[in-house]
Design a protein around this ligand. Structure first.
Ligand code: RBF
Length: 347
């Protein structure tokens, strides 16, 4: 009996602490010293998703440090040349230093999967992504059908309103940095779906920048769309969003902001902000990892009813910019999603 107890004690003290994540289960024990890396596939500045990602992870790490844990954080900005990301990720993993590598965007699991097979001990946590079948890769995505539906709905209502910059045409726009499966099969269709639910013959003008940084190209596209009758644009183009905002200020059209609260970006012109709670999710899941309680394995989708997708309706700029009738329509739409009357699952 004594031998068994000694063996158990040995296991707890020397073996389990080196295991932060167990495949397909729950991370079982925090170790004495951890090193977390955030791999940013792009650049942080100007990209709401990456700003929220790094903020959330940093918050969890700082909190752990303040309570006496030994945790290090390294943030790697991989830049906008997507062809380099695989090599950058492989060299990060090959260092063998990181207890966990955290990243975010829907293309990352496919890039990581072969690297994860080459380095099976490395664990990855990927936000804004969906992947199953590799327990080393844990993914969380947001219900972007709900998120984009809300944006399309309000964009169409604004476009057909008597607001100052709304014209007679029933035409709204989406400026995307690039085409990718989540854009083509979820975000764009849901933006259109929401718009048509509000205004059945509303048209959506979709244009692509070609990268996530070119603000000049973003502005050019937005101006061309404005000249073609578009009066509300939703930009999803990272640093190129700045160009769309500049064009809105020059020409006078509205912006439906996506991912974080954008009302301050152009007061009076931003009519909505459809959010993903990436800062909070990154904070919560990093904290869970550090505490040894992160559930790994199965991909998770989080939406409005889970509290990870939302629509900002308490910002004073929303109330000042958007007429009461439109705000009331948005309120009823939100209630119908919250109470399950309107179901918008992501497939
Ligand atoms: N979003 C950004 O805000 N900045 C980026 O640099 C960025 N790069 C991306 C690269 C790829 C390959 C993909 C698939 C998506 C990227 N996203 C980026 C989009 C982001 O993941 C998300 O889809 C949008 O922000 C809408 O929520």
């Amino acid at each position: 009996m004594r031998k068994v107890l000694t063996l158990l004690a040995f296991c707890f003290v020397f073996i389990l602490p080196t295991t932060q994540l167990s495949a397909g289960g729950v991370s079982d024990q925090k170790s004495d010293s951890m090193h977390i890396a955030v791999f940013v596939p792009g650049i942080v500045s100007g990209s709401p998703v990456y700003e929220m990602l790094t903020d959330g992870v940093r918050r969890a790490v700082d909190e752990a440090k303040n309570s006496g844990s030994s945790v290090e954080l390294t943030i790697v900005e991989a830049g906008t040349r997507q062809a380099d990301w695989g090599t950058r990720m492989t060299s990060l993993v090959a260092q063998g230093t990181y207890s966990l590598i955290i990243t975010s965007n829907p293309a990352m699991p496919e890039l990581i999967d072969p690297i994860a097979h080459q380095f099976p001990r490395q664990k990855f946590l990927v936000f804004d992504a969906w992947h199953s079948g590799n327990p080393a890769i844990t993914t969380f995505r947001y219900n972007q059908r709900e998120q984009a539906y809300l944006s399309g709905y309000i964009a169409a209502l604004v476009s057909t309103s008597d607001m100052k910059h709304a014209n007679v045409q029933k035409k709204i726009g989406l400026v995307a940095a690039q085409e990718y499966p989540a854009m083509n099969s979820i975000i764009l269709p849901a933006y259109r779906e929401g718009a048509r639910a509000a205004v059945p013959d509303c048209e959506v003008d979709f244009r692509v920048v070609g990268n996530w940084y070119d603000a000049t190209k973003g502005a050019e596209l937005a101006r061309a769309m404005y000249n073609a009758g578009v009066d509300v644009i939703m930009p999803i183009a990272g640093g190129a969003n700045q160009g769309v905002i500049a064009a809105a200020r020059d020409a006078g059209f509205y912006i439906a902001w996506f991912d974080d609260n954008g009302f301050q970006k152009a007061p009076g012109l931003v009519v909505s902000s459809s959010l993903m709670a990436q800062e909070r999710l990154a904070y919560e899941k990093t904290r869970a990892f550090l505490q040894g309680t992160l559930k790994t394995g199965e991909p998770v989708t989080l939406g409005i009813r889970d509290g990870y997708v939302s629509f900002v309706d308490d910002d004073p700029l929303y109330r000042e910019t958007v007429p009461e009738a439109i705000r009331a329509a948005m309120k009823s739409l939100l209630i119908s999603i919250e109470d399950g009357t309107l179901s918008l699952p992501v497939r």
